[in-house]
Design a protein around this ligand. Structure first.
Ligand code: HEM
Ligand code: HEM
Length: 281
């Protein structure tokens, strides 16, 4: 069952999986807050949602879809090897399968999203946003934020294989990450398909669009499920990441406490809006 891990493509897959997981988690925290702003009415929300339509953010959205696809497909590979140990012998073939599935799904999705971005640029051709230097400031701030968040990954541990915990909370956390991962694949890909690939993609997202969707209990329950699963999966995954890099007891406690507190507050806000939002008559 032994194979060389360091420098092996599996190690790069592990690193990309971790970076993608951290990136998606940070996005999710911001995303739940920005969607919750519908609770403050159409004026504020429609002003802010312009960001989703901005070309710089649209490029970021393509990256995000790539990150979700890679993390999801590679996560399924990890799950298969965890529950069917014989598959470990074929870990390289499985990785090739992940790369092929990723390319097949991502290239057309990125092409459609890129096309939508170019179309929106033409709509704005009177005042080309890309020539306006201030328009790049949010992207610069986001890039700095993301680099700062990724900085700890410079000190990667030498041993990359995560063994199955023997029992207790660690084992149930390990199991939960895997079970929730399988459910999230369907929910998040469905969500991204609706938001990006159907009926003109993100250009149609505004207060009225969400109000209309939230008029149906089905979409509220869908979003609630996605939020509970993705946030809890992300929190447990981020806990693993933090514990891997922070070893002294006090900084460890502070980091994990901050993770739980921020995620708890964001979760409470998301639930509040999902349960109390009333579409205007
Ligand atoms: C850039 C890509 C994305 C766009 C444009 C987008 C768009 C939206 C929109 C318009 C809503 C409002 C509710 C609705 O209409 O159903 C929403 C809600 C939500 N999205 Fe996304 N989404 C994106 C990516 C994601 C990803 C990757 C995740 C999960 C990791 C996610 C999780 C959620 C959750 C949990 C809600 C409910 C939040 C709440 O009610 O406060 N979204 N999204
Ligand atoms: C699309 C479906 C998803 C699947 C199949 C999946 C699967 C997995 C698996 C199997 C692991 C454990 C990896 C290991 O032990 O080596 C994991 C870790 C992780 N996941 Fe996901 N996941 C998904 C979505 C998400 C989402 C939406 C987020 C963010 C909100 C996320 C964030 C994380 C993080 C931060 C880790 C820890 C990474 C590490 O320990 O290296 N995942 N995921």
């Amino acid at each position: 069952m032994y194979w060389r891990y360091r420098g092996d493509p599996s190690m790069w897959a592990w690193l990309l999986h971790r970076l993608a997981g951290i990136g998606i988690f940070l996005f999710l925290l911001v995303h739940i807050v920005d969607i919750s702003l519908i609770g403050w009415g159409p004026d504020l929300f429609n002003k802010l949602v312009v960001l989703y339509h901005h070309p710089v953010f649209r490029l970021g959205e393509i990256l995000l879809v790539g990150a979700v696809l890679f993390h999801g497909l590679n996560g399924l590979r990890v799950i298969v090897m965890d529950f069917a140990p014989a598959a470990v012998l074929y870990h390289r073939q499985l990785l090739v399968g992940v790369v092929i599935a990723f390319v097949v799904l991502f290239v057309p999705a990125a092409a459609i999203m890129f096309h939508g971005m170019l179309q929106s640029l033409q709509l704005h051709s009177g005042a080309n946003l890309l020539n306006e230097w201030r328009a790049w400031l949010p992207a610069l701030a986001a890039a700095l934020g993301v680099s700062a968040a990724y900085a700890p990954t410079l000190y990667l541990p030498q041993k990359q294989v995560s063994p199955r915990p023997a029992g207790g909370l660690e084992f149930y956390g390990w199991l939960y990450i895997r079970l929730s991962g399988v459910l999230i694949v369907f929910l998040v890909l469905g969500h991204l398909f609706i938001m990006h690939l159907m009926d003109g993609g993100v250009s149609r997202i505004n207060f009225d669009f969400i109000a209309q969707r939230f008029a149906s209990p089905f979409w509220r329950v869908y979003d609630l499920l996605l939020m509970v699963l993705a946030l809890s999966h992300g929190v447990w995954g981020m806990r693993t990441v933090l514990l891997d890099y922070i070893h002294r007891p006090l900084p460890r406690l502070a980091a994990v406490a901050a993770l739980y507190t921020v995620s708890g507050v964001v979760f409470a806000l998301g639930v509040l809006v999902l349960f109390t939002f009333r579409p205007p008559q």
